[in-house]
Design a protein around this ligand. Sequence first.
Ligand code: IVH
Length: 692
Amino acid sequence: MSQNDLFSGGDSSNELPSDSAAESIQSLRNHINEHNHKYYVLDEPSIPDAEYDRLMRELQALEDANPELITSDSPTQRVGGAPLVGFTEVQHERPMLSLDNAMNADEFAAFYQRVQDRLKTDEPLEFACEPKLDGLAISLLYVNGVLERAATRGDGQTGEDVTQNVRTIKNVPLRLQGNQTPTRIEIRGEVYMPKAGFDAYNDRARENEEKVFANPRNAAAGSLRQLDSRITAKRPLEFCAYSLGIVSDDFDMPDTHSAQLAQVQVWGVRINEEMRVVNGLEEAQTFFTQLGEKRHQLGYEIDGTVFKINSLALQETLGFVARAPRWAIAYKFPAVEELTVLQDVDFQVGRTGALTPVARLKPVHVAGVTVSNATLHNMDEIARLGVKIGDTVIVRRAGDVIPQVVAVVEERRPDDARDIVMPPACPVCESHIERVEGEAVTRCTGGLVCSAQRKEAIKHFASRKALDVEGLGDKLIDQMVAASLIDSLDDVFHLTLDDIAGLERMAEKSAQNVLNALEKSKATTLGRFIYSLGIREVGTVTAQNLANHFGFLERIMNASVDVLLDVPDVGNIVAQHLVNFFAEEHNRTVIEQLQKSGVHWDESEPVNAADDAPLAGKTAVITGTLSDMSRDDAKLALEALGVKVTGSVSAKTDFLVAGDKAGSKLTKAQNLGVRVFDEEAFKALLKTPRLD
Ligand code: IVH
């Protein structure tokens, strides 16, 4: 029978005699619980949300009509009850222990040795290993399979009753699956907020100008401490089981930790998918290292690995001291967050002229590295953090990511804390700075005169798609700038053989090659020249479109935004960048100098409107290696003739340009009967652009 047959009778359901109502209610609950389990525990949604909602509404309606049939394990009872006045205390029948830490490999090895000594064995130890989740420990008590009470760890002996809140966590089963459960069982684990939910929550909080959480652990703890469970219900919390408390002896539990968790999973409770059983110190260390590498790909925060002796009998033998078991340890990853003081903020000018506020911090050790700088990204981020100079801040260094300031400890703000303000001009070259509307970034307009941007500008200028100066690579340019040989683009054309040969690892022959390449690069095209200037957002295609449209550099330099908007591919932002670039006197000077040094290109009246182009409306694909021309140049040449160059061959392709070592695209073109030009034929086509 399908769900529809079962439940869509709808209209008369409120008047069902209560026997059959009870059956329908049970059946609906089973269905909903099954979907919940698939969705929240297995992460495998099985029905559309709308269908799920429909089942829930149907159940709700039946329960409204038959309130005597409502039970605490009904899926409708996840959010219920009035806000609490306070939390009641819960005495843990078995203490909720904490864990000793190992902070490095030596400490872990010492733990391993201690356990072997206590067990008087040299045999490798078997551990169940799990991620150490960064959330809050919770105990779930199931009586006859139904969730009766959820409690925080508290001091380990006495916790707080947070049942109402925990019931709102979707992957906590309100009833364990299957009929085979102990009468009483306490499942312990961590409540945490996955990274995605955490980010989404904070984004929304920021929009609504509400308090943001500094990290997922605070988020989980803060959410569970709500007296109003309707608030908790809106927080994206999850639960993951990692141990058991009391278990009534009417159920035969397996005798290893890993097998017990597998049993818990059968009852529909999430356990951690990274859990493994390992043998011996080396395997344990490998697990730790590999989990550390994987850490940042996981959907939730972890701060280490928990190793537990897998055999429960051995756990018993080992026992515990004070508040921590002797049979387990939390082997921690190096801390990624620390507190320090923001001493000052500098503005760095990057490659594209972007002014990035950089936090100068009181040096602090984070994850094994001394951190004294962290990025603050941009002024919006500063406003979002509400950070001031003098503040105590939390710095975070995760993986290879550059250190970040993630939060401010406002209680520690000193009286003389200062606002962070954008400098009035570029701190490097004193050119104007601008912030384009809709962008978070402020930029220096100095372009080529700004030394911060110069090195990158020169690299761009010499690069393959720009003036293509063979042999003048990034490393050589770094050396030249460091040796003060080049300050502006034009300087590259005034280098002497001695200049270049004087650099490290530069033989005279290669120096001469660079000089030759520089000479050769002076003969270029207008498109390449425009691209080589490194104007923001002007890539090869836009540059070529500008060349095609205007024909003369002078016209591009003097074009207004309105006129520029007629060029294909040029929108408001690009047009504004172009106007700004050419409005700077120093940029015009550089262009003039370059022309004086001999950089030249052909200029001619543009071939107007693409429709007039000789091959307008044709589509082509280029593949393989051309010996006399790069594929980019071939593409630009074709585009200038009105051809649309695409990446894949189809029946609509008019022709294929096939260079050397053409592969599957050539085969496909041949199969489809698409016309193929080899390099010779292609060159002939460029000379006489006609397809007949
Ligand atoms: S086992 C006796 N396993 O770490 C064993 N704890 O410092 C008790 N935690 O309060 C805990 N992930 O909140 C265990 N996989 C894991 C864990 C874990 C996180 C937390 C837990 C506990 C604290 C102990």
